[in-house]
Design a protein around this ligand. Structure first.
Ligand code: ZN
Length: 133
């Protein structure tokens, strides 16, 4: 999934083994506001990501930084052993805990999405499960 392949490196996150892309997000928004990126450059969520954001996401309390019309949604994809190659969408904490309890090495990609203007950005990648690395 191309939206899960960041063009810029992340930074180490707060949790061990996690990667934080909030700096890259700020850079993208700065470039957009400076006119270096167009709205179509930054609001390019593809239809599958939009479908998941509408149906299987967690609502954020923060508004979209681009259109400021709607609250953002968090979409979480988990990758790991015995999961589909495109990842598994995890919508609830209970489902996340159940995956973590399986004890394998899983990685969760969290993407924020605006279902109004199609803004989307990878926020972080974090290990989940008992065998975190
Ligand atoms: Zn928006």
């Amino acid at each position: 999934m191309s939206f899960l392949q960041p063009d810029v490196p992340g930074r180490p996150g707060q949790a061990p083994g996690s990667v934080d892309y909030r700096f890259a997000r700020r850079q993208t928004l700065f470039q957009f506001r400076a006119g270096e990126l167009t709205r179509s450059d930054v609001c390019d969520a593809h239809s599958e990501l939009m479908r998941v954001a509408i149906n299987c996401s967690q609502k954020s309390t923060a508004k979209c930084p681009v259109c400021e019309e709607r609250q953002l949604r968090f979409v979480r994809y988990v990758f790991g052993p015995r999961l589909p190659s495109g990842g598994r969408v995890v919508a609830s904490r209970a489902e996340m805990r159940a995956l973590g309890d399986r004890g394998s090495n899983f990685r969760c990609y969290t993407v924020e999405v605006c279902i109004e203007c199609r803004w989307n950005h990878l926020l972080q990648i974090e290990p989940i499960g008992r065998d975190k690395q």
